[in-house]
Design a protein around this ligand. Structure first.
Ligand SMILES: Cc1cc2nc3c(=O)[nH]c(=O)nc-3n(C[C@H](O)[C@H](O)[C@H](O)COP(=O)(O)OP(=O)(O)OC[C@H]3O[C@@H](n4cnc5c(N)ncnc54)[C@H](O)[C@@H]3O)c2cc1C
Length: 496
């Protein structure tokens, strides 16, 4: 008889794991608290408008990175429509470049980007060339990142020899590991370029992360799924079901049943108990370790994360969804620009607006457009507590966010735009927590440590607990959809 594996959570990790295990001949069941699949990776519908609730890009969408090989094992990704943007983002600055333009273009194609930088700041030729050369170094090695080990010794030896070519990437990671975009910006003498590099992201970001993202974008291996996040997660759900998976929606798990150090099944929120040969949690790591298992199997380093620092948890968002009865074709898909600063009710200072305009995806709202304003915040707990303790103040806080953002947008886009707005809605960290149970509404799990080559407290298994594993974006610091997949892939390999 096939081994029974019970999986908690039908996000990208849980669904991917379910598919991989079904294909290996296991009998899997997925228990998902919500009435739909996808976890964070879903769309939201409001009065005829569909809002992309999550991914802007999926790493491995197209050939050229080993993530593509992994996706191919869970769905027919090559038949899925994706969109590749010319620019990652347009950043408006309170300065002009030497041609009199105040918009910085963060082009995806590294050759085009390098030529653009050389044109606006020829005095910085040396550092521009160095930047581009590091991105090209990563591009050359993308097919091996991450390395795909198999159970075949000969194949692994061949791969090991091929991986020696990754040595220069390793040296680059070690040397540049601590350099942030703000440190790097100081190397430029052009004031425009210096400020642009400082503001590449809304937050300070390590240059290794910036350059990896550039390499993926330039190679075209990371793209946006047409139809948004649900178009992607729905394909995984269908794949799971067509492989014989057993999906229980609206069926939350209360705890993992353990006897003598062996996980034996699940206690569901409806009081029923399941029996399994192996249990995998693809749900929130914090909930799994400290609630579902009562903290009994946490290692010393995990116990330190029982009450994490705010900075240890990847930020959440307040997001304003706007449905506009216009195509908005003249606007960039992603812009960041300075505004008269205001604070979110949680105290987070907002100095720039980051605006997504989905004018390139008619599958979302044909003839109309959806816009999303992102307001990242580390104060997820503040929002969750407020909603729990004082619903009226929570609603007032949401209204305040909407009022402030709409005021800034109206100044920029004009009264005509304002009058074509048909729908607005604010989601907060409390929304993300309510619908996915992620700690503090985190968007991607744990933030990566300062030194990304260093080991963290995260593990796939827990000391003293057998027949149990974890996967999902909390298992490897940094998170994201490809990590959700890669961790599922790893757990599927562990099971025989
Ligand atoms: C606004 C936003 C933008 C993002 N953009 C990108 C992007 O462009 N690219 C990218 O790669 N990543 C992006 N991410 C991150 C990415 O969405 C996540 O890292 C990824 O979807 C996590 O998948 P997961 O399966 O590990 O976890 P989750 O999506 O959190 O899934 C966990 C599932 O477990 C279920 N669950 C929890 N507790 C229980 C329980 N007790 N019983 C039963 N079920 C339970 C939840 O309901 C959920 O469905 C973004 C995230 C956000 C919020």
């Amino acid at each position: 008889m096939a081994k029974r594996i019970h999986i908690i959570g039908a996000g990208i990790a849980g669904l991917s794991l379910g598919i991989l295990l079904q294909k290996k001949g296991f009998a899997t069941s997925i228990y998902e608290r919500q009435p739909r699949c996808g976890g964070l990776c879903v769309n939201w519908s409001r009065k005829g408008y569909t809002f992309n609730g999550c991914v802007h890009w999926i790493l491995g969408a197209r050939k050229g990175s080993s993530f593509h090989e992994m996706w191919k094992q869970v769905l027919d990704i090559d038949t899925m429509p994706f969109h590749n943007h010319e620019e990652k983002v347009q950043i408006e600055l309170p300065l002009k470049d030497r041609h009199g333009n105040n918009v910085f273009h963060f082009y995806n194609d590294i050759d085009k980007f390098e030529a653009y930088l050389m044109d606006i700041a020829p005095e910085d030729a040396r550092i521009i060339r160095l930047w581009a050369s590091k991105v090209r170094l990563i591009i050359r090695n993308l097919p091996y990142l991450p390395p795909l080990w198999s159970n075949n010794i000969v194949r692994n030896i061949v791969l090991g020899i091929k991986l020696m070519r990754l040595l220069p990437v390793g040296i680059f990671m070690k040397r540049w590991g601590k350099v942030s975009n703000r440190d790097f910006a100081k190397k430029f003498s052009s004031p425009f370029l210096r400020m642009a590099v400082e503001r590449l992201y809304d937050r300070e970001m390590r240059m290794t992360v910036v350059m990896f993202a550039q390499a993926y974008a330039s190679a075209g291996v990371a793209q946006y799924p047409i139809g948004g996040s649900s178009a992607f997660s729905d394909r995984l759900r269908d794949e799971y079901l067509s492989n014989g998976g057993d999906l229980h929606l609206g069926c939350g798990v209360k705890s993992v049943v353990v006897h003598d150090g062996l996980a034996e099944g699940l206690l569901l929120e409806n009081g029923q108990q399941t029996k399994a040969d192996f249990v995998v949690s693809a749900a929130d790591w914090h909930w799994t370790v400290f609630d579902a298992l009562g903290g009994k199997y946490a290692s010393k380093s995990m116990l330190d994360l029982m009450q994490p620092r705010k900075e240890d948890v990847f930020w959440s968002y307040c997001r304003l969804f706007i449905g506009v009865n216009r195509t908005m074709k003249e606007y960039s898909h992603f812009e960041r620009y300075p505004i008269p600063e205001f604070s979110l009710p949680d105290g987070t200072l907002i100095e720039n607006l980051e605006v997504e305009t989905y004018n390139y995806d008619s599958a979302l709202s044909s003839g109309k457009t959806t816009m999303i304003v992102n307001l990242p915040t580390h104060e997820g707990k503040w929002w969750i507590d407020l909603r729990l303790n004082d619903r009226q103040s929570y609603l007032d806080a949401k209204n305040e966010v909407e009022r402030n953002v709409m005021e800034c947008l109206s100044v920029r886009l004009g009264d005509d735009w304002r009058s074509s707005v048909e729908v607005t809605d604010v989601v907060t960290p409390a929304t993300f927590e309510r619908y996915t149970s992620n700690l503090w509404g985190s968007s991607q799990g744990w933030t990566p440590p300062d030194d990304i080559t260093k080991k963290t407290a995260m593990r796939y298994t827990l000391p003293g607990l057998k027949h149990f594993a974890m996967c999902g974006h909390w298992t490897v610091a940094g998170g994201g959809v490809p990590i959700a997949l890669a961790t599922a892939y790893k757990v599927a390999k562990m099971l025989r």
